[in-house]
Design a protein around this ligand. Sequence first.
Ligand code: HEM
Length: 116
Amino acid sequence: MEFLRLVLVFLHLLGMAMLIGTFMLQLHAGQGAKLNKGWLHGGGLQLITGLALMGIDPALDDIDYNPVKVGVKILVLLVILGLAGGFLRKPAAPKWLSFTLGGLVVLNVGLAVFWP
Ligand code: HEM
């Protein structure tokens, strides 16, 4: 079970990297560019791996994930996915959107690391 947790954490960290990479790509694409689908792909990976980690929690010996912290992380991620889903079909992503999505990703990294 510990190996499965490590695989899920590995994928969870790659999902975070995908979201930060998408933020960079979105900035590079500049104003007038469409929203990159990477927001949905990276966000989806975070949701699946995060929920799977919560799912195996009862079977883990020494680990008890904080349900309030994870609940807040899920809420932040749902805002990311909601905004990304809503703006994906628009011809151009507004400038504030990239920084809002990127800021929310960084917020979740901060919650993951600093909230015990
Ligand atoms: C933008 C979304 C997210 C980002 C950037 C993110 C980032 C991170 C990072 C960096 C860690 C490692 C922290 C550490 O080892 O100290 C982590 C751990 C974790 N995350 Fe997330 N996360 C996100 C969404 C979620 C969601 C939605 C869930 C739950 C459904 C979740 C559940 C967890 C759990 C349970 C861990 C602990 C894994 C372990 O160390 O065994 N995360 N997250």
